[in-house]
Design a binder for this molecule. Sequence first.
Ligand SMILES: [Zn+2]
Length: 193
Amino acid sequence: MIREIAKQTGVAFRLKKGQTLKVIDPEGEQVSDMVLFNGHDIKEKISSGKTFDFEESILLTKGNFLWSNRSTKMMEIIEDTNGRNDFLLAPCSPETFEIMYKHSGYHPSCFENLHTNLEPFGITPDDVPTAFNIFMNVQFDSEGKLSVLPPTSKANDHVIFVALMDLIVGLTACSAEDSNNGSFKPIHYEIGG
Ligand SMILES: [Zn+2]
């Protein structure tokens, strides 16, 4: 069954070891931030640093694993029809819009959508790590300068992950203008197995 994450919102759910998670960009050019926690011990969570270390790359796609802060494989990416994801940038937060967009007043954010949906699992805002940003197109030059470009994903591009341990998953439809080429779309996902 395909479920929808409405634009600028998020969800959290359990995924059992061996189950698959398919994350779909139904309209194209829409980022989805994903965080992972051990389903039995929320102190173990997804780690960008450990993943870059063990995968020996900052670009992660089919065949790569997502690792935890305790150096355990949490997921494997088994399909990626777009092929571009980001694991450098933290989830967009209220401060992102104040500092980078000079926006005043309320603005939805992945950070809020992650911690509010993860709260029933005992996860607090300070527990939210750097997310694996599915479909996010962050480019960098030889000097290390970063730029956030529109996603290269087209309608119905998808990434399939398999869980290598019991997990709690937080997943969003990203709320940052620059990450999504200026418009906000839903994200679809499907749990298999
Ligand atoms: Zn976001």
